[in-house]
Design a protein around this ligand. Structure first.
Ligand code: ZN
Length: 150
């Protein structure tokens, strides 16, 4: 494992992957979508409870690498209580953070997600980090179907 990849697994990522928040399918939800990242073997299901314009609850179920699980865990924590528009805006900014070549500062709203910015040096890992977000976005759009990162 290169030192770059070691840096990638910062403590915050390991914490979330070992003790993921909002993990497991909830008894109730009204939006869901699945994501599949065949490059790494990550699979994630995102379950949302959306009332009007607000995401009242968010859970996920996943099998995959530490990065995919940590990102999903952070995501469910962050989007809970947000509006649909706010959640989509977070995704846009997070996507820019992990794909941008610039060493841009993460804005404050991204908080722990900044720990995932290390993936930008590893293109295949970007898909791990964004998988749950693509699924969340699909769930919000009402597409109850598999999302592929390709
Ligand atoms: Zn992965």
């Amino acid at each position: 494992m290169s030192s770059g990849l070691t840096d990638l697994y910062q403590e915050v990522i390991l914490d979330h992957s070992r003790n993921p928040k909002n993990f497991g399918a909830p008894e109730e939800s009204n939006r869901q979508a699945r994501g599949n990242n065949p490059l790494c073997g990550d699979r994630v299901s995102v379950y949302l409870t959306v009332e009007g314009d607000h995401i009242n609850d968010a859970h996920f179920d996943a099998r995959g690498c530490a990065i995919s699980i940590a990102s999903a865990s952070m995501m469910t924590e962050m989007i809970k209580g947000k509006t649909v528009a706010q959640a989509k805006s977070l995704f846009d900014r997070f996507h820019a953070l992990v794909t941008s070549d610039a060493e841009g500062e993460a804005d404050e709203d991204l908080a722990e997600l900044a720990s995932l910015s290390g993936v930008r040096a590893f293109p295949t890992r970007i898909k791990c980090a964004t998988l749950a977000w693509h699924a969340m976005s699909a769930a919000l759009d009402g597409a109850d179907e598999d999302v592929k990162t390709e």
